[in-house]
Write a protein that binds this ligand. Structure first.
Ligand SMILES: *Cc1c(COP(=O)(O)O)cnc(C)c1O
Length: 392
């Protein structure tokens, strides 16, 4: 294969070269255990506290409110399970949305089996959480609202400030899965009344297997992993020092280039959406046109099977996704696309392309031509399409 056109940055991103460079010494000469007393250990300890400070600074948080985890899924699991446990005497009711990542939804299902009650609020046709429904769902025994900052499939950005205000007004904790938003959008935990926030390194050009959970000071949360005193006794285990250093470098990079990255991605996004809408009939842009991550493009093509489209794009070197990486391989249509009201057959024909600032118009031109060719080919093989054309 001559080249790869990578349009799957919501699944994972390329680790930036400067991130790899920053990590390398922590595999080689600076291998000390941060808990050790001698100076080799304190080097590692210093590196960790610097990253903690960097991350806290990006959120308007305090250093000791940042807890490193092994990624976004762990942070989501921790937030939900630990609140359910620590606040059980207040109640067992949690509110979330129908379009959360599986790290939240499957944790909720687990908690339901263990005596919690979960309300899954609806979203509108663009994937925005219905605020009136959210507020009405709050009960005296509600302990937590968990709503994602931005959706990984359709890119929709939620009204986080308003959700935070509702949670605050009713004295309910507010967790947000910001894995897709962190590093792409400015976030301030105080302005948005966020009590807990999950993020992940590999979604912002950092390494895989490292992330963090922000936990506002004063929130009762028990240890997630028992053992040593790491992470102030709340998450035991020798720290992933190279991972944390890499995360720090990725965060610095992402926040220093956020504006120019956004401008570039928006331009590419508009271009790609514009060409597809103009040149491919019977397609639908999924997600909100305005309140959308700058790099997300998600289309449904009628009379097309998303998996076939993906395989044929792969043969041309184009990496994209239909639904989320975790669900491809399963034949169920995406829960997010069903939640915004798409019928099964249209949800099945969906394609997510998530860009980065290094993509070029030329790559997008090649991609549009490929989609046009493949969609035409697949429709020509579809009896449903044949019927549809005959009826017209
Ligand atoms: C990728 C992702 C996660 C999971 O993060 P990992 O670091 O891969 O465990 C959680 N939530 C959202 C919205 C994601 O996009």
């Amino acid at each position: 294969m001559s080249r790869i056109i990578y349009l799957d940055n919501a699944a994972t991103t390329k680790t930036a070269p400067e991130v790899v460079q920053a990590m390398l010494p922590y595999f080689t000469e600076n291998y000390g255990n941060p808990s050790s007393i001698y100076s080799l250990g304190t080097e590692s300890k210093k590196a960790i506290s610097q990253v903690r400070e960097t991350i806290a600074g990006t959120l308007g948080a305090a250093n000791n409110e940042i807890y490193f985890t092994a990624g976004g899924s762990e942070a989501d699991n921790w937030a939900l399970k630990a609140v359910a446990e620590a606040y059980a005497s207040k109640g067992k009711h949690i509110i979330t949305s129908k379009i959360e990542h599986h790290a939240v939804l499957h944790t909720c299902e687990y908690l339901e089996k263990n005596g919690c009650e979960i309300t899954y609020v609806n979203v509108d046709e663009n994937g925005i959480v219905k605020l009136d429904e959210l507020e009405k769902a709050i009960r005296p025994d509600t302990i937590l609202i968990s709503i994602m900052y931005a959706n990984n499939e359709i890119g929709t950005i939620q009204p986080i400030k308003e959700i935070g205000e509702i949670a605050r007004k009713h004295n309910v904790l507010f967790h947000t899965d910001a894995v897709q938003a962190y590093g792409q959008l400015p976030i301030n935990v105080d302005e948005c009344s966020i009590d807990m926030l999950s993020a992940s390194g590999h979604k912002l050009n950092g390494p895989k297997g490292i992330g963090f959970l922000y936990i506002r000071k004063g929130i009762k949360i028990r240890s997630f992993i028992h053992g040593g005193q790491q992470e102030r006794g709340r998450r035991a285990g020798t720290e992933n020092v190279p991972g944390i250093v890499g995360l720090g470098a990725a965060v610095e990079r992402a926040f220093s280039m956020m504006e120019e990255k956004t401008v570039k991605e928006r331009e590419l996004q508009d271009y790609l959406i514009g060409r597809i809408e103009a040149e491919i009939p019977y397609c639908r842009l999924n997600g909100d046109r305005e309140k959308r991550l700058p790099n997300n493009v998600n289309f449904s093509f009628r009379f097309v099977e998303g998996e076939s489209l993906l395989i044929m794009l792969d043969m041309k070197g184009i990496c994209a996704s239909s639904g989320s990486a975790c669900t491809s391989g399963s034949l169920d249509p995406s829960h997010v696309l069903l939640a915004i009201g798409l019928p099964h057959e249209i949800a099945h024909g969906s394609l997510r392309m998530s860009l980065n600032e290094e993509n070029t118009k030329e790559e997008l031109d090649f991609t549009v031509e490929a989609i046009k060719e493949i969609v035409t080919k697949l429709r020509d093989m579809s009896p449903l399409y044949e019927d549809f054309v005959k009826k017209k």
